[in-house]
Design a protein. Sequence first.
Length: 548
Amino acid sequence: MKAKLTFGAGVRVVLLLGSLSMAWAVAVTIDGSQEYQTMDGLGVAEAWNTPDSTFYPYLFDDLDISILRFRIAPELEPLNDNNDPNVIDWNNIDLSILTSFNPNPAAHGGSLRDLLREAKNRGIKIMGTIYSPPAWMKTNDSTKNGGQVISGYENEFAEYVVIWISTLKDYYGIEMDYISLQNEPDVTEVWETCTYTASSLNNFIKVVGARFASENITTKILGPETGWFGSFTNSQGTARADVICGDPVTKGYVDALATHSYGQTYNNPDSLIYGWLPIKSLANSCNKKLWMTEYCNTSGNATWLNAFNMAQHIHNAITYADVTAYICWEFFDAPQPIILKDQTTTYRYHMQKQYIKHIRPGSVRIDVQSGNNDVCVSAFSHKQNNTLTIVAINRNASSQTADFDVQNINNLSVMNVSRTSVSENSVDLGAVAITGNAFTYNLPDSSVTTFTATLSSTTERPMAAAMAGSEGLHVSPNPVNGSRACVSLPSGCTVVDLYTVSGRKVRSLAIPSAQAEFWLDTRLPAGVYVLRAIADNRVYLDDIMILR
């Protein structure tokens, strides 16, 4: 005997009377009509050790990053090219910094030029960050241990920025999409660093911005890219982003505000929410997008807990601060890599993949209400790609059954599922059927589950429906959970093609002209496929959902 009771907080309780056991279902409501920020993308940084091309499939295909952040090395202009900051002497520019690599085969090193070129060939945005200007223009005559740009060298600094952008474009055909003039201008460290006060950074942005305008350079400036929240904005309005937003000239040169998330308690992700709120408020009042361009745990990189906390950091930044880009540190062979030299992928690689791969540029975050504070869900609608993405974190110590109710999203029929947990590395779990824009799914404890759907085309579905029937294309059973399904054909059909929903042809089947039906081999990965048949110059379409 079963009885259903409704309680508060959006939780449905099902009592199995007789056994006295109970199962709790968390109500998750997704509303496509309530929209927030448009995403610029998610990605990783690659600063110190560039990988060779054998790592490209991991970076560009499996992770499928949409933004690559890289370090702008000061060695490109090792000495002042000349005494005129408005004229570049290319004889004194060391282009080898872009083409050199570690020749030791065990290092798996590659050139920065090849990495950036591959990224751009795949349509990925690239962001360059200056960690330090060349030593000759700094007060401490070193690229390390802080220091500042020597007073009077502002135009030389602007020339240095132009040299980097022009080298990539003019020599290698690589357009730099974004640039940050200083990585963590609030930090002095033993590695490449340079410090700027709020007013000095503001001034340098104006000098570089004016140079860009005069030379029609389209690379977009990000800033201030502080290491700490308190250096980004403060209650006095005197921190680096405060000053940028308060200066209409500088504000006009900056495309998006950017920060890192260090100085907080990494293992307590929710502790950062309080710090994110004034940052979000400033970005909104300044009418600027907000990017989070670097974060990781500086210790415990290989642990499961480190990876699980990173997922929560990504979720909180996107849902509480409305960040439009999130860039994780770091991809390859650094103190905190997500892939090792032997191409072993870490927990964090797979955890970040749950977000990076599936939240695409141009997608819009939509409203989610969860009936359990420890079931943290975000959702994204991409109208151009016709997709819906849902990412659900279950940080409870036990599994949770979630009832997902998707509102104001049309043509939702099936969702593909992938999950990372302590025992699963971004595992493809097949498809889940949708009934009435709702579905139920079990979320294991301490897991991140991503649901993705390609929404049925509003033009293709009526065509398939209109041509279905005794003379149309029809699949039975559908969904199919076995090894084959019966396909009924329109009269005169001789060829049937099977596609994935993304448009990749899986197979082409020749059909004898007199055959009215055939058995389709459905031993394929779970998901939604499209059958396409042509008969008498008419196109027939039908979806088939394969379950496993």
